[in-house]
Design a protein around this ligand. Structure first.
Ligand code: ZN
Length: 208
């Protein structure tokens, strides 16, 4: 995979990327052993499968003990509509801004003695549709309880209601999912999966 990406970055004359891909190519290729321990140099790039796996394990290890104490964790997905590459950056920035706005509002409310604190963890994922050439950025969130998930969903729909063109559906309520967490470890992995998936099935229907 790295050699393939190296060829691409060469053809685009992206020398910074080229260097990063070579670092990943050589990740853990030299191992030094001393006193029954082995040491190697990690590239720490998000497209490195070795480094992503380690980072993932590290995050699970740090977050799991806290999430385990939550009484009724829920899994929530917040999306916007599929977008083209040229506006992807704008949309992702907008998603983060919208989310911060909701958090700030509820934080202030809670400080005034109203409402509940919004507790959860979130991550951004972006799928690519190779047929339509569109991107589908979305947040994966685990909330401490159902009420928080419902608040986030409600506010998310509200915040996107009048954005952009009023005739165009930006965020559909059908596309926002809430479900109870049945398997905490599995859902935590879903949220914290870090880096890039290597393979995308080009035929979407086949994937289903
Ligand atoms: Zn690496």
């Amino acid at each position: 995979m790295m050699l393939g990406l190296i060829d691409v970055s060469k053809s685009k004359e992206d020398f910074q990327r080229l260097k990063s891909y070579w670092n990943t190519f050589h990740c853990q290729s030299k191992i030094i052993s001393s006193k029954n321990r082995i040491y190697g140099k990690y590239c720490k790039n998000r497209f490195c499968t070795v480094c992503s796996a380690i980072r993932k394990a590290d995050i699970i290890h740090r977050y799991y003990p806290t999430l385990k104490t939550w009484k009724e964790p829920h899994f929530l997905t917040l999306t916007v509509r599929a977008v083209k590459i040229k506006s992807l950056n704008k949309w992702i920035n907008g998603m983060f801004r919208a989310f911060s706005l909701i958090l700030d509002r509820y934080k202030k409310r809670f400080q005034r003695g109203k409402g509940i604190p919004l507790i959860g963890i979130k991550s951004l994922e972006c799928n690519f549709n190779p047929q339509r050439k569109t991107y589908n950025p979305h947040f994966h969130i685990i909330t401490a309880n159902l009420e928080i998930a419902e608040i986030l969903k409600k506010e998310w729909l509200q915040i996107w209601k009048y954005k952009d063109n009023p005739n165009q559906i930006v965020v559909s309520s059908k596309a926002q999912f809430i479900r109870k967490v049945e398997n905490l470890e599995r859902d935590l992995i879903e949220v914290i999966k870090y880096g890039s998936k290597i393979f995308t099935e080009p035929d979407i229907k086949k994937k289903i």
